[in-house]
Ligand binder design. Structure first.
Ligand SMILES: [Mg+2]
Length: 302
């Protein structure tokens, strides 16, 4: 199956200048980048990250690319090239590969991403899609998790919570937004929200050796969180606080830069939800007292 499918795929993949030799040789030949290369990989597995019985396979393919694009956005980078590895169940493998690739190619076309190569195998197991993304960033300009300092403003893009109602399959990677923010402000730290606002903020704080004092009433709650709360037994806030797969950005910068950024048209809402503090942990001020908040979200492998 691999041979004919790869031939088909080679015909479907657009030629882009970043790849000199793509699918069909022993390895891809990719043009060297200006600045620094950034790379990430993420695998999604049927039954763990999606349900093939419920979700369209094209959506699942799209998601496999989009979640990696979100990681590149969180680094403030520009994506260029993808390597895709499919592990397919033996039954209907060609049909499944074709459907998954519809979504992969759609995301690639949307974000000018070259599919430079990959691997396809069949086995006695669930569908698994692994996407490796390459991109670039100017030298020493990558957004890291570790640069937040006391007094920094904490901002979140879009609105969060309830992505399971459908947004989790077709998230919008905030690549454009990250680029625009860079024009106006010096980002000190960033992370994308994959496992929950509070959990990913806690990770950013841990990496920076700081804590956060939050104005929880300002957390932008997505309408999906409100809709979900009518049946989930949880409040819209709880969904916004802990639901995963929003793929929004959490970023920090000086309060001064955050204030001047507020006047810019960024295309996507950016909301300040608090400030970085020296004391580790997540905090909320209630009647003058600091109350500790516990981060919650999706922990992988639990
Ligand atoms: Mg991430």
């Amino acid at each position: 199956m691999e041979h004919s499918f790869l031939a088909y795929l080679r015909g479907r993949c657009r030629k882009l200048p970043q790849v000199t030799v793509g699918i069909g040789d022993d390895a891809a030949v990719i043009e060297a980048v200006q600045g620094q290369q950034i790379a990430c990989v993420d695998q999604i597995i049927d039954g763990v990250d999606f349900l093939s019985a419920e979700h369209a396979l094209a959506d699942v393919g799209y998601k496999a690319v989009a979640i990696n694009l979100s990681d590149i956005a969180a680094m403030g980078g520009t994506p260029t090239t993808a390597l895709v590895s499919l592990s397919l169940p033996e039954q209907n493998s060609t049909r499944i590969a074709g459907e998954v690739y519809e979504g992969i190619l759609e995301a690639a076309a949307q974000f000018d991403l070259a599919i430079a190569g990959g691997d396809i195998s069949t086995y006695d197991g669930p569908l698994a899609i692994s996407v490796t993304l390459l991109g670039y960033v100017d030298k020493n300009e990558a957004f890291l998790r570790s640069g937040a300092t006391e007094g920094n403003a904490i901002l979140v893009s879009g609105a969060v919570g309830g992505s399971i109602r459908g947004r989790h399959l077709r998230p919008t990677p905030r690549l454009e937004l990250a680029k625009r923010i860079r024009q106006y402000a010096q980002v000190t730290a960033a992370i994308d929200i994959s496992d929950g606002l509070s959990l990913d903020l806690d990770r950013l704080c841990a990496a920076s050796g700081v804590g956060a004092e939050l104005d929880t009433e300002r957390i932008p709650i997505h309408e999906d969180a409100h809709a979900l709360s009518t049946t989930s037994g949880r409040t819209p806030f709880q969904h916004a606080w802990s639901d995963g797969e929003d793929f929004e950005l959490l970023i920090t910068m000086s309060q001064e830069h955050a204030d001047s950024l507020a006047a810019q048209q960024l295309g996507v809402p950016l909301t300040q939800i608090g400030n970085i503090v020296g004391r580790t942990g997540l905090w909320q001020r209630e009647q003058g007292q600091l109350k500790r908040l516990s981060p919650q979200g999706y922990i992988h492998g639990s």
